[in-house]
Write a protein that binds this ligand. Structure first.
Ligand code: BG6
Length: 666
């Protein structure tokens, strides 16, 4: 037997009050895939740095390709496509990686004796590292082989042992309700529920976990957390990336890929009752109750409460072009490979928006709006809890024309913060209000290094803590909610695909879905950085940008829709975020074309006179709208903005604006 390199893991920033995980040998099936190099190895690396990996530990990579341990180590250490690229810490420490690679081994499971070799190596490494016969199996493989791998492990003596056996499985946990039930049955015929750790990597995100801490460690919000005070909740997972050559996405679509799992999990955190303890089952029992209370839709209700989208060609957020989803060679290829092959254009949704209801005492009648999509204008996951508006009536004799609703926003990623938006009085003798915010930013309060989300998953499994993992009943119930939606969509294939251009806010129908409910609106998170890219706001000071970002509201417009009409009163100014619009003269002739970054509608606001021209959308347009009250307030407070607007009025319409007009009461 080799002598044990009983070196301690080189913990660089040991986490306070945490013990390392239990000794174990980790067997990683599917180790040749992307997940291992992109996420799992960086997570292992972070666990070592944080002092959370035990000294008694080794990894066996198992896959069906003919590789040696040396090849496996070299692959993960690759200069261009290995740990140096995927590691999430600021500095890469070769000592940490050397410690890990010395404990990396590989077994090819393709030959008939592949699993016997796995068993022999586990035994050997267990003795070498004194891992107490604990084995953690990571199934980074398609679910279709879960059963076969489990059976082989059984045959090779892994059913029982002195130590524990735990299995981490990756999504998808089925592709619909029957397949999920079948999969659960299969896996439960080998292992007990307590041994199975089903990863939903969203639950590993610090900001998601903090939703529970925020709700239950603070007395302040819980009394308001119900239908009496909350108007609605919005959950958005917006991805800027397109399908990126992942042809297999075509058999999933966003409902299966993001909503049924990650988004439903986040929803349960927002909606659940306080658990009686933070133990895994107490929390999961409460989550199960939320899912059980979600209304199941009839086919008609599905069509009323959901919207689907598929992206067409466009310009992605990073400026590069994206071909239409259905023209992506990977998508076409994957359809040809199906049995039987499919030649027709894809009708898979790359965007979806849903209105759901949690039919219980706390949430009766409160809509939960969920939306997610690929190839959208930006990356961002946010949960917005919108409170009801305070009664305006007592402001009736003041300059306050309306009250805005307060909002609590959990910024999950890439921004990591919690923000409360509320109304404050603007300085001065008159009672005027302005939306302001209070924010807690992770980066300002904590120094923790950013991880992959998998650290906590692997660690939790090592210590037998299942809170962050899904359970059979949760998985099946989530499919029960999604199934009627999938069925109704399959029975009514979308006829308007592609219905949004890559790089935009998504299909207009998603805006209509929310606006038909008391004209609620999606809350688009606009950062100062986003605003800086717009010529009108470029170089604005932080105070100005923060005021503008809180005041802008988004609006999606269809091609040829009239946005402002000559002669109408002007109550808003517009900023063209995406698309093209045309300025028409009295005869309907196009006088000018407006492009991304252009603004319009400001003259009527400035001069308090009717619209001087009609503006019509030439293509689908995404607009930011600034209402008159906010416009005037910002003009008053920010001289530089006022100057820019005056200049635009002069150049575009040959109109001079007198200083007193800028100060006109709203
Ligand atoms: C995965 C989906 O589960 O989550 C991907 O399969 C998606 O399609 C990814 O891109 C998003 O994860 P994150 O952590 O980048 O938001």
């Amino acid at each position: 037997m080799e002598t044990a390199p009983t070196t301690k893991p080189p913990a660089l920033d040991p986490a306070a009050d945490s013990r390392p995980g239990d000794p174990c040998i980790m067997v990683l099936f599917g180790c040749g895939g992307d997940l291992t190099k992109r996420l799992l190895m960086p997570a292992i690396y972070n666990l070592v740095c944080d002092g959370l990996l035990p000294e008694q530990f080794a990894i066996i990579g198992a896959d069906r390709s003919d590789m040696t341990t040396e090849d496996f180590r070299a692959r993960l250490s690759d200069e261009k496509d290995g740990i140096k690229k995927y590691n999430t810490r600021k500095d890469f420490n070769p000592k940490v990686w050397a410690w890990i690679t010395s404990r990396l081994h590989y077994v090819n499971t393709a030959p008939a004796d592949g699993y016997t070799k796995v068993a022999e190596l586990v035994k050997k490494l267990d003795a070498q590292y004194q891992a107490r016969d604990n084995v953690l199996f990571y199934y980074a493989v398609p679910p279709s082989v879960f059963g076969a791998i489990s059976a082989k492990l059984y045959e090779n003596g892994f059913k029982e042992g002195k130590g524990w056996r735990r299995i981490i499985v990756e999504k998808p946990f089925g592709t619909d309700l029957p397949s999920a039930q079948k999969l659960n049955k299969e896996i439960l015929s080998f292992w007990n529920e307590e041994q199975i750790y089903r990863v939903d990597h969203y639950l590993g995100k610090e900001t998601v976990q903090n939703v529970l801490a925020f709700r239950f460690a603070n007395e302040m919000f819980e009394p308001l957390w119900n239908k009496k005070h909350i108007d609605h909740v919005q959950l958005t997972v917006s991805e800027a990336v397109d399908v990126e050559g992942r042809g297999y996405y075509d058999e999933a679509g966003v409902l299966r890929d993001m909503i049924q799992n990650h988004m439903f999990q986040m929803l349960t955190y927002i909606a659940m009752e306080p658990p009686i303890s933070f133990s895994a089952d107490d929390i999961r029992n409460e989550k199960a109750k939320v899912l059980k209370a979600i209304r199941l839709y009839s086919p008609e209700a599905v069509l009323r409460n959901t919207v689907r989208g598929q992206y067409g060609a466009g310009k992605k957020a990073d400026g590069t072009t994206s071909i239409a989803y259905r023209e992506d060679p990977a998508v076409i290829e994957s359809r040809k490979k199906r049995k039987p092959p499919v030649e027709t254009p894809s009708t898979t949704e790359t965007f979806a928006a849903l209105r759901l209801y949690v039919d219980n005492w706390r949430w009766e009648g409160v809509p939960f709006y969920l939306r997610s999509g690929k190839a959208l204008w930006k990356r961002g996951t946010d949960i917005v809890v919108q409170f009801k508006k305070a009664p305006w009536v007592l402001f009736r004799n003041t300059a306050v024309a309306k009250l805005n609703a307060d909002r609590l926003i959990f910024h999950i990623q890439p921004e990591q913060s919690i923000e409360l938006l509320f109304q404050a009085k603007t300085p001065g003798p008159v009672m005027q209000l302005q939306p302001v915010n209070m924010a807690f930013r992770y980066g300002e309060s904590f120094t923790a290094s950013r991880g992959t989300g998998y650290e906590v998953m692997i660690y939790s499994c090592m210590v037998g803590e299942a809170t962050l993992f899904s359970r059979t009943d949760l998985v099946e119930r989530a499919w029960e909610i999604a199934q009627p939606i999938m069925d109704a969509w399959a029975a009514n294939p979308a006829k308007d695909f592609p219905n949004y251009a890559a790089g935009t806010w998504g299909p207009k129908a998603a805006y209509d879905l929310i606006e038909m409910d008391n004209r609620r609106r999606w809350y688009e998170i606009i950062t100062s950085e986003t605003l800086q890219r717009v010529p009108l706001f470029k170089g604005g000071d932080p105070l100005f940008l923060s005021q503008v970002s809180m005041a802008l509201r988004p609006e999606a417009v269809s091609p040829s829709e009239v946005i402002v009409k000559k002669g109408d009163p002007g109550n808003e100014m517009y900023l063209l975020a995406r698309g093209e619009a045309e300025v028409l003269d009295g005869n309907g002739q196009v006088k000018a074309t407006l492009h991304e970054g252009d603004c319009f509608g400001e003259v009527a606001l400035l001069l308090s006179e009717p619209r001087i021209a009609t503006v019509r959308a030439k293509t689908a347009c995404d607009l930011f709208v600034l209402e008159k009250g906010d416009f005037s307030r910002i003009l008053r407070d920010h001289q530089q903005f006022a100057e820019t607007i005056k200049q635009i009025a002069r150049e575009r319409y040959n109109r001079a604006v007198a200083p007193e007009q800028l100060m006109a009461p709203t």
